[in-house]
Design a protein around this ligand. Structure first.
Ligand code: ASP
Length: 585
């Protein structure tokens, strides 16, 4: 028997019991004739004590232990004289009588502590050591709990978890695929799924009624803090449902997770149309922890010879409460912020509503105090507030204003991580035009159904067609999205033609789906949640990386196992792949 207890479970009630523990040496503290060791395992830390006077040999042995040695000890639980209120085992220690080294350890390249001295790169290279740290392990425990509670909730509602294949075919829509060469079919390739979309829809045709899967998906995109090339979705599909059925079921799942995992009771989620989200927040994933809604000023600003406003399609702003006292420096910072290339505004206009009731702006040359008072009224501003205004092409400017709004929200500390605000964004447009390519793309994916009342617009005004599509947004982060699907093969054909597919191409790529739809496809719809993002929201993390056991870095590399890597020429030969000569790295 390696151990009778774990390092996290002993309490005062265990005093005088003899126990055996096994774990890692987290810390050795030598204090004259006494040595104290923190022994760590997944469950916690227990203090071991060695007294030179009681057992000289054992004391010497303990002093020789290095950090991260794996040891087994036996001893008696005793009440500590100086207690540590910060850990659950802080009231006891073990008076060790036997010590056995199970394995030695090299000194780790960084300290295995909450506040480690290891930088990002080194921690990723030695991820197995990083995972020994409490803070990182806690995120994975949270992840497990969320996946477990998801399964419980969906199982109780009749959802079946079905595995769908990982080696599938490449499709032209959506993000870039990862492709896998086929040895048995040389010159042909599988693709890794970006989502099990088509399979889950086929399962509905099969009559499975309610499907889910916690599943790895793959997208070969440029990476950001909230993106990994492989990520996990809670993927779901339901038959005989309308939008409300899906929203209610998954609002229920979200509430269930908040309740069971972090003990929070959430009120019903508001629903906001995409059009309103864009108009009021300039974003399809607004952070509604704070207000600061956009206010449009175009009509009020016209006719004052201010070209910047007169030539702009959109003039709008936000009101930052209590910020009239911002210094020149602070205003310059905000101007620099919106002028950053990632945001791309040309400049920032401000109006101070001073405490004494006077109004002062950066465009006083063009607008009188009376004019500004009209603006202030529309903003609902009061003395002490600061109005920030941007102007330009409508969509671009709304996006810039959205960034500025988030920045002001952060500066004013209105974005508390522990305050959770969930929101459904609904009525997304069905299509999105790529102006350069002069063609439409599906905003969600080509299987999303248009709103029935908008179907006639497919020919006359495709951009105006709204979809039965929805996103779940939490604190400004898109956690999931889905739609009611097309289940009629003619409408699906029509959709492909609007997307610029010839009939042959559509048949070649998606023939199996349209065929399946001819064999009795039920009305159906579904949703997928990004598990990684969901966990990172619960964990209060800015990046999804720390809730993934073995993540990739921003260059898509696993620096621990050093992948991707070259393969032997023979492997390539077997696959019939000829590589252009490449410089050795
Ligand atoms: N497959 C979609 C996605 O990955 C989600 C859905 O429509 O269910 O975004």
């Amino acid at each position: 028997m390696y151990r009778s207890k774990t390092c996290g479970e002993l309490r005062l009630a265990d005093v005088n019991n003899e126990v055996t523990l096994a774990g890692w040496v987290a810390r050795v503290r030598k204090m004259g004739g006494m040595t104290f060791i923190d022994l760590r395992d997944r469950y916690g830390i227990t203090q071991l004590s060695f007294n030179q006077e009681v057992d000289h040999d054992l004391f010497e042995q303990a002093n020789k232990l290095g950090r991260e040695f794996v040891v087994q000890i036996t001893g008696k639980v005793a009440e500590r004289s100086s207690k540590n209120p910060n850990i659950p085992t802080g009231e006891i220690e073990i008076i060790v009588s036997q010590l056995k080294v199970l394995n030695q350890a090299k000194t780790p390249p960084f300290t295995i502590e909450t506040d480690t001295d290891g930088g990002d790169d080194i921690r990723m290279k030695y991820r197995y050591l990083d995972l020994r740290r409490n803070v990182v392990r806690k995120n994975l425990e949270l992840r497990h709990k969320m996946a477990f509670e998801t399964r419980r909730y969906l199982d109780e509602r009749g959802f079946l978890e079905v595995e769908t294949p990982v080696l599938i075919g490449s499709t032209p829509e959506g993000a870039r695929d990862f492709i896998v060469p086929s040895r048995m079919n040389q010159g042909e390739f599988y693709a890794l799924p970006q989502s099990p979309q088509l399979f889950k829809q086929l399962l509905m045709v099969s009559g499975f009624d309610r499907y889910f899967q916690i599943v790895k998906c793959f997208r070969d995109e440029d990476l950001r803090a909230d993106r990994q090339p492989e990520f996990t979705q809670i993927d779901c599909e339901m038959s005989f449902v309308q939008q409300d059925d899906v929203l209610n079921t998954f609002e229920g799942l979200t509430k269930h997770l908040f309740k069971t995992v972090i003990g929070i009771d959430l009120p019903d989620f508001p629903r906001m149309s995409y059009a309103d989200a864009m108009k009021n927040y300039g974003s399809d994933k607004p952070d509604i922890r704070f207000g600061m809604k956009f206010v449009e000023l175009k009509d009020l600003t016209e006719g004052h010879d201010f070209v910047v406003f007169d030539s702009a399609g959109y003039v709008g702003g936000i009101c930052a409460e209590g910020c009239a006292s911002y210094t020149r420096k602070q205003l310059d910072e905000l101007t620099d912020f919106v002028k950053r290339p990632q945001i791309g505004a040309k400049g920032l206009i401000y109006v101070r509503y001073n405490e004494d009731g006077s109004l002062k702006s950066s465009v006083d040359k063009f607008y009188s105090e009376e004019d500004l008072r009209q603006w202030a009224e529309r903003f609902g501003a009061k003395p002490g507030d600061l109005m920030l205004v941007l102007a330009g092409e409508t969509e671009k400017t709304q996006k810039q204003l959205s960034e500025l709004r988030l920045e002001m929200g952060s500066r004013l500390e209105l974005r508390d991580k522990n305050n959770y605000k969930c929101l459904w964004v609904v009525d997304f447009p069905l299509l999105e035009k790529d102006e350069e390519l002069n063609r439409f793309f599906a905003k969600h994916h080509p299987f999303t159904s248009p709103k029935p009342e908008d179907i006639p617009l497919l020919d006359s005004d495709p951009a105006a067609v709204r979809a039965n599509a929805y996103d779940l947004v939490i604190n400004g982060v898109e956690i999931g999205g889905g739609s009611i699907r097309i289940h009629n093969s003619d409408l699906q054909k029509k959709m492909f033609s609007v997307l610029g597919f010839t009939e042959e191409r559509a048949q070649e790529q998606f023939g199996f789906l349209m065929n399946a739809f001819q064999y009795g496809a039920p009305p159906h719809g579904g949703i997928a949640f990004g598990l990684d993002r969901f966990v990172s929201i619960f964990a209060g993390l800015d990046s999804i990386r720390d809730c993934i056991a073995f993540p990739k870095n921003n260059a898509g590399r696993d620096v621990m196992i050093d992948a991707p890597a070259r393969v032997e020429q023979e492997q390539l030969d077997e696959l019939g792949i000829l590589l252009a000569p490449q410089p050795r790295k």
